[in-house]
Write a protein that binds this ligand. Structure first.
Ligand code: TRP
Length: 456
């Protein structure tokens, strides 16, 4: 394992943009806005903020600590730091496999965004009737070639960014796209809040239903904040290994957690007011962004012709870019692993990943059409991979990462890495507290989510 000529992120800004790019994604745009309303509005947001700051942000910093300490990709980091205990090698392999599983189906969704971006550029939503527009999504996913080509385009774009390297690919890409993403979502939010009838959506997000403060809400809040911060997938460990020693892991970690939180809240205020202004019910998942929202664009187009087209283009561009910055971080885990272990060139490694993941994703895409009858435990391939990676692997891998950092890594190494070798005095003070959270509170909290999800 060669770490001598490992690339680094060039600046503090680059570190934050790359990590925020990984964190901000579909989880912020469709999962969060929907869950907030379902789970009790403001009360849920409050718990979500606390869960993010008290458990998820510490875990995020811990993954970065493991990565930077080892200067290795997720597959090898814990193995190397644990003096090469076999068990951690196995865990490392899970941490490489799981992001690749996510990427295979994430790229299919990315492809849908590409297709809808093309539709918006063709003014499809304004030229067709709303009823027709809401059938477009069903038509797309059940057809054979269109979604596959879009998925391969998305995966190919991801592979190109990753193949260009950490500095000239990933860093450059995120430094440009993440600020633009914030601009786009704020633009849509302002527009959405000015629509007549939007206040019902604002109320939906701001209601404070204290009776919803239950263990189940807490488990959901934690699960969602793990997903949103890209934890348990080896990405933060891998990106962490590119952070230079002089960067402050405390302030960078908090900045990323707060940016991710802000983006989720902005997205909620961009989407829900428009849904309510159109007199619709918020639905979950892909249906919300690919059916409900296009329907709204179509109904708006009679009164607000040009602007509704512009908003549609910006909206699908934002989804495409948000998904891309996340998928880049997913592929990087695999690319770093291959390069590290075989010495193969980055280009070759990403080409191999493109072929393998492109194929698995193609099968996922077909699970909505020709392969719909192929089911395991009542779920198609796509749903199965989504469920398995975000409910099982993510939680289990996060648990193992905390147990590793709390119980198997030397405490001095942990706190030393956190404070950049004693460089930052606040980090020196907080380090032991962080260590206690990671050693006791975080594993208990994760275990509780696991129980709530599977048993209750
Ligand atoms: N955080 C991403 C989002 O909000 C999704 C995600 C989960 C992810 N795990 C990941 C992205 C790992 C990159 C790496 O959409």
């Amino acid at each position: 394992m060669n770490t001598d000529n490992r690339e680094n992120f060039g600046s503090r800004f680059a570190v934050i943009m790359a990590m925020a790019g990984s964190a901000i994604g579909l989880g912020n745009i469709w999962r969060f806005p929907y869950i907030v309303g379902e789970m009790g509005g403001g009360a849920f947001v409050l718990i979500y903020v606390l869960a993010t700051l008290l458990i998820s942000a510490p875990l995020f910093m811990t993954e970065a600590i493991i990565g930077r300490r080892s200067k290795l990709s997720a597959a090898n980091a814990m193995y190397a730091l644990s003096k090469r205990k076999k068990f951690w090698k196995g865990v490392g392999l899970v941490l490489v496999a799981s992001p690749l599983i996510i990427l295979s189906y994430y790229s299919v969704v990315g492809g849908w965004a590409v297709d809808f971006l093309i539709k918006s550029l063709n003014f499809t939503f304004s030229s067709e009737t709303p009823d027709h527009v809401s059938t477009l999504f069903g038509g797309l996913i059940s057809s054979t070639w269109r979604p596959i080509i879009a998925h391969l385009f998305f995966m190919g774009t991801t592979a190109v960014v990753v193949s260009m390297g950490v500095k000239s690919g990933i860093e450059k890409f995120n430094k440009f796209t993440v600020p633009v993403l914030f601009g786009m979502i704020i633009f849509i939010m302002i527009y959405s809040l000015f629509l007549p009838g939007s206040d019902a959506g604002v109320k939906y997000l701001l209601k404070f239903d204290a009776s919803s403060l239950t263990p189940k809400t807490l488990a959901y809040a934690l699960g969602q904040s793990f997903y949103s911060l890209s934890l348990g997938m080896g990405t933060i460990i891998t990106y962490g290994s590119y952070i230079r020693k002089q960067e402050n892991l405390l302030t960078s970690g908090i900045t990323v957690a707060v940016s991710d939180l802000m983006f989720a809240i902005l997205a909620a205020f961009a989407i829900m007011p428009a849904v309510f202004a159109a007199g619709l019910e918020p639905g979950a998942g892909p249906g919300l962004i690919f059916q409900t929202i296009p329907y709204i664009f179509s109904t708006m187009s009679t009164e607000l012709p040009v602007i509704s087209d512009i908003i549609a283009i910006v909206f699908f561009l934002a989804i495409f870019v948000a998904a891309l910055t996340s998928s880049v971080s997913l592929m990087e885990v695999g690319a770093a692993y291959i390069v590290e272990n075989t010495g193969m060139s980055r280009k070759k490694a990403t080409t191999i990943l493109f072929v393998i993941l492109g194929t698995i994703g193609t099968l996922c895409s077909l699970s909505f059409g020709p392969l719909a009858d192929f089911q395991i435990a009542g779920k198609g391939l796509f749903d199965l991979m989504d469920w398995f990676s975000s409910n099982v692997v993510l939680i289990l891998a996060s648990l193992l990462a905390t147990v590793f950092a709390g119980w198997f890594m030397r405490r001095e190494s942990f706190t030393d890495e956190f404070s950049s070798g004693g460089k930052y005095s606040l980090n020196k003070k907080i380090g032991p507290v962080l260590h206690i959270i990671i050693k006791y509170a975080a594993p208990l909290a994760i275990f509780a989510i696991f129980i709530t999800n599977f048993i209750l």
